[in-house]
Design a protein. Structure first.
Length: 253
C-alpha cells in the first residue's frame, strides 16, 4: 500500500496533520469516472487512512472554482450527444459507478468524517458530502443543478440522504425546483451543519474533529451510523435506481 501521508496528483491531495488525514478534492466526480486509475488511488488512500492506528479521523476539503459546475453540465451533455444506446449507457454507467464507489467508501468509513465546502458545487456531488458526519460550508456556498437544466435527474445518493433528513415531500420540492441553494438556505435545510468564513473553514473543520476525538469509544460513530449513514444495501439499491432513472432521462431527451 502506498504512503498517502504527503500525496498529490491532479485529482486529489492528501496530508496527515496530527491525528487527522486531510484530503483535498481538486476535481468533480465525473473526472474520476473517466480515469479508473485516479479513482483506485483515491479509494486506496481512504483505506490506508482507515487502517492507520495513528489517524483518528478524516477531513475532506472541496474548494470549488466556479467553472466546475459548467464542466459537469458539459460532461452530462456529452453523454446525451453520444451516438447510439451503447455509448450513452457506457457513459451513464461509468459516471454512476464513480459517484457510487466514492459515496459508499465515505459512508462506510469507520472513523469520524468532516467535510469543508467552499464555492459552487453540483448537486450530484452533494451525495458524498451528506455521507459525512459534519459539514461546514463557507458563506459563498451555492449548490447548483446542472443536470436538471438538461432534463436529467441528479445522479448519486443525494435524494436518499435528503429524504432521510427533510422527508420525501420537502426533498421532492427542493430537487425538482432546480433553484440554486445558497449558504443560509443550505444551513436551514440541514444540508450543511454550520457556516464559516472562508479563512476559518479548515480550522472549524479540524476543531469539530477534535470534539469527536474527545468522545470515548465509538459512540459518535455509532450515532452517525444510526442517524446519518444509510445501510450499505440501502445505498446499493438506491444507486441502482438512480442510474436507471438517469439513463431513462437521457434517452427521453
Amino acid at each position: 500500500m502506498n504512503d498517502y501521508s504527503n500525496y498529490d496528483n491532479d485529482v486529489f491531495s492528501c496530508t496527515y496533520e496530527g491525528q487527522t488525514a486531510v484530503i483535498f478534492f481538486k476535481s468533480e466526480s465525473f473526472i474520476m469516472a473517466m480515469n479508473a486509475t485516479k479513482m483506485h488511488e483515491l479509494l486506496e488512500c481512504l483505506n490506508s487512512i482507515e487502517v492507520d492506528p495513528n489517524i483518528k479521523g478524516l477531513l475532506t476539503l472541496h474548494a470549488a472554482e466556479y467553472e466546475r459546475v459548467s464542466m459537469t453540465k458539459a460532461f452530462i451533455k456529452s453523454i446525451q450527444d453520444k451516438a447510439g444506446y451503447v455509448q450513452k449507457e457506457m457513459g451513464v454507467t461509468r459516471y454512476g459507478n464513480a459517484v457510487k464507489r466514492l459515496t459508499l467508501a465515505i459512508n462506510e468509513f469507520s472513523k469520524p468524517s468532516v467535510v469543508g465546502i467552499h464555492g459552487q458545487v453540483a448537486i450530484d456531488s452533494f451525495g458524498y458530502f451528506l455521507a459525512c458526519d459534519h459539514r461546514v460550508a463557507t458563506k459563498c456556498l451555492s449548490i447548483e443543478f446542472p443536470s436538471l437544466e438538461l432534463g436529467v435527474v441528479p445522479a448519486g445518493a443525494v435524494s436518499l440522504f435528503m429524504s432521510r433528513q427533510l422527508g420525501a415531500t420537502k426533498t421532492l420540492q427542493v430537487l425538482t425546483s432546480g433553484k440554486t441553494i445558497l449558504a443560509e438556505e443550505a444551513e436551514s435545510l440541514c444540508l450543511v451543519s454550520e457556516l464559516a468564513a472562508k479563512e476559518d473553514l479548515k480550522a472549524k473543520c479540524l476543531a469539530k474533529l477534535e470534539e469527536f476525538y474527545k468522545v470515548p469509544g465509538s459512540s459518535t460513530l455509532n450515532l452517525t451510523k444510526q442517524l446519518v449513514r444509510p445501510k450499505t444495501h440501502e445505498l446499493e439499491e438506491h444507486f441502482e435506481m438512480s442510474s436507471r432513472l438517469m439513463w431513462n432521462s437521457i434517452i427521453d431527451n
